[in-house]
Design a protein around this ligand. Structure first.
Ligand code: S3P
Length: 437
């Protein structure tokens, strides 16, 4: 099963309208907050990808009743929230698959619970750094063990948590969210001051669940001891999943593609700014609010792209889209330089390495550096690419295959199911040509 192979074939124009997979970050948070709210939370358009299903299973193991109902508009999830004091000891390890978000956010929430828990993950997750959450959680009073700062991670009961003022040393919404979720049951105030702004879905959704939270610029504050009240969440489409279609429509000649219902939260929309700087024609239409998040339809038309400079501040707002932005850069005229992207080395794979290696195989001139790379735009030749079992690397190189001189074969694509279970069907519906080997 691990060796799912995508075969991407050169394609003619992309056209029509699509609603890509639902937002992964918002889906995780709706499951987590719904589980510890008081009352029944209803979630429409939840992403049924493996990462979110791992979050659901974790809360079911802790005694939360979560059911899927099929309604006319599609599946709806109902979570019977148990309140912040109602979770049960899981009785077995909580396996969180490939998902750093599930792992770090759930660890933050469990740091204040009066039962023991152990969190584990797959091979990729087992290599990812967890000291970034362990350190602030221990500073709050949590008792956490990990052999070498990576999963598995054991949380012991008994730690009475107290709020802290925390200046995150890495730009990470997962770290910020872990500390905020620990703060829900901590005494006093938890205060986080970010030097680089990161996605703020946790803050917005806590407010949506009626939890008092104050946000001033990049400073977030909450007091422990309040309650969450069940609500209704309608999850928008994921800009990170739309990104593959945006870049494909920009680089495949004569395309015009509409992507509906996409979340355009300003802490996520760095990709739109970067691509526009490169010359992209992306219209943002029908902007509206949906549950505290801004949503729009994006109309993308084939454009002549030029290389550009991408800096650390851009990277935090486009953290998951850098691989596909590199494909756009490789198809653009001139040189693109990416700086301040060292966090990409500790994602589902070392994404700087994986992208540089894949682009070289496609015949593109690329110079890899510790914190990024320099790419000279050119033409893609036929190649075999290793996705390193990373969903975003697999999808990014499938986009390259649309404009290559021959077929691009991408190995190890199984994990596309973590964030975009029906990617191939949707890609082919839009005019991309990808087959499963
Ligand atoms: C996420 C935050 C990002 C992102 C991940 C989802 C989240 O990670 O890469 O895919 O939902 O909070 P970091 O915050 O660790 O950079």
């Amino acid at each position: 099963m691990s060796n799912v192979i995508f075969h991407a074939h050169p394609s003619r124009r992309l056209q029509g309208q699509l609603r890509v997979a639902s937002d992964k970050s918002i889906s995780h948070r709706s499951v987590i907050l719904g589980s510890v709210a008081n009352g029944k939370t209803r979630i429409e358009n939840l992403l049924e990808g493996e990462d979110v299903l791992a979050s659901i299973r974790a809360f079911q193991r802790m005694g939360v009743n979560i059911v899927q109902n099929i309604e006319e508009r599609g599946p709806v999830y109902i979570i019977d929230g148990v309140g912040l004091n109602g979770l049960h000891a899981p009785g077995q390890h909580l396996y969180l698959g490939n998902s750093g978000t599930a792992f770090r956010l759930i660890a933050g929430l469990l740091a204040s619970q009066q039962f023991a828990s152990t969190l584990t993950g797959d091979d990729s997750l087992s290599k990812r750094p967890m000291s970034r959450i362990i350190e602030p959680l221990v500073q709050m009073g949590a008792i956490i063990h990990s052999a070498d700062g990576t999963p598995p991670l054991s949380i012991e009961p008994g730690g009475e948590l107290a709020g802290i003022t925390f200046h995150p040393p890495v730009a990470s919404a997962q770290v910020k969210s872990a500390v905020l979720l620990a703060g829900l049951k901590a005494s006093g105030e938890t205060r986080i001051i970010e030097s680089v702004p990161t996605r703020d879905h946790t803050e917005r959704m806590l407010a949506g669940f009626g939890y008092p939270i104050s946000v001033t610029g990049t400073e977030v504050r909450l007091e422990g001891g309040h309650a969450l009240t069940a609500t209704h969440v309608d999850v928008p489409a994921d800009l990170s999943s739309a990104a593959f279609f945006i870049v494909a429509a920009l680089i495949v000649p004569d395309s015009r593609l509409q992507l509906n219902d996409v979340g355009i939260n300003p802490r996520r929309s760095g990709i739109l700014d970067i691509l526009k700087r490169m010359g992209a024609d992306i219209e943002i239409e029908n902007t509206r609010w949906q549950g505290g998040e801004e949503v729009a339809d994006l109309v993308v038309t084939t454009s002549e792209l030029n290389g550009c400079e991408i800096h650390g501040g851009d990277v935090a707002l486009a953290i998951d889209e850098i691989p596909v932005i590199c494909i756009a850069a490789a198809a653009a005229k001139g040189i693109t330089t990416i700086h301040g992207a060292e966090e990409l080395r500790v994602k589902e794979s070392d994404r700087i390495r994986a992208v540089a290696e894949g682009l070289s195989r496609l015949g593109i001139e690329v110079v890899e550096r510790e914190d990024g790379m320099t790419i000279r735009g050119g033409e893609f030749r036929s190649a075999e690419i290793d996705s390193h079992a990373d969903h975003r690397i697999a999808m990014a190189f499938s986009v390259a295959g649309m404009v290559a001189k021959g077929d691009v074969r991408i190995m190890n694509c199984r994990n596309v199911a973590t964030s975009f279970p029906n990617y191939i069907e949707m890609a082919n519906q839009s005019g991309m040509q990808i087959t499963l080997e």
